[in-house]
Design a protein. Structure first.
Length: 255
């Protein structure tokens, strides 16, 4: 059995949960932040606590703007696109579409909590993935593990840790938080956002492709529904960008 010991004492770092409450019709979606001990992190998913921001996606107020002319950066001349879920529901599975995009946003926030903490904590260490005999396990799941695999996993965790071995004990010095470390974590947050954004867009394109494969649907209807699908995706991308901005401000110490 391997014992992990911190060189400097640490209090458990407050975890951030993605709390979401999705109605059966998926007409409204909520995101929020709560605090929990790392041991009950997953069991608390789905329990609303102190939401820090709240947005609704309804069949009447999801809006996307299209710029006219060559200069799309100008605010003038934009056409409003309103999403009518009842209308597009005849051609695409809106519930499934939103469910996949909600899962993508949830994964982004979970990744922010797990991998982008300024201070390493016992909970963060326990969630590190260790590859043993070709299978991935969290460090806390393993009663007996190969020390080299544990050392490698901790060193590559992105937490700026340099574990040291003494027999069957791993010592993990906790480094001082530097400006360079903050900036690197901010860059990592941007990469996670890009991954999330691309996943949302992939879902968007999948449903647009399914739409265009349908028979006996006019070009005008296809074009209209396609624009509404894009509008829904853009709303989720905006939520992901909001999460990114908040996380980067936290990591960089900005108010």
């Amino acid at each position: 059995m391997i014992f992990c010991r911190f060189i400097t004492p640490l209090s458990r770092y407050a975890k951030s949960n993605n709390i979401r409450n999705i109605t059966n019709s998926f007409s409204s979606i909520y995101f929020g932040i709560g605090e929990s001990n790392h041991k009950n992190y997953y069991s608390n998913l789905g329990v609303t606590k102190k939401p820090f921001f709240e947005n609704s996606y309804t069949s009447a107020n999801s809006v996307r703007y299209y710029a006219k002319g060559k200069n799309k950066k100008k605010e003038k001349g934009k056409t409003k696109v309103e999403v009518n879920e009842n209308q597009i529901g005849e051609y695409v599975n809106v519930e499934s579409l939103k469910k996949q995009m909600v899962a993508t946003i949830s994964q982004l926030e979970e990744d922010f909590v797990k991998h982008l903490s300024l201070r390493s904590s016992a909970g963060a260490i326990e969630s590190i993935q260790v590859n043993l005999d070709g299978n991935d396990h969290t460090l806390q799941e393993l009663a007996q593990i190969a020390i080299p695999a544990a050392l490698k996993a901790i060193a590559k965790s992105g937490m700026n840790l340099n574990p040291q071995q003494d027999g069957t004990t791993l010592f993990i010095p906790v480094p001082k938080v530097t400006k360079e470390h903050r900036e690197q974590l901010s860059k990592n947050a941007k990469q996670l956002f890009i991954k999330c954004r691309d996943s949302v867009k992939d879902t968007q394109q999948k449903y647009i492709k399914q739409l265009k494969q349908k028979d006996k649907v006019s070009e005008d209807i296809v074009r209209n529904v396609e624009q509404q699908i894009i509008a829904i995706a853009d709303t989720f991308v905006a939520e992901a960008e909001s999460l990114l901005n908040r996380k980067q401000s936290e990591l960089l110490g900005e108010k």
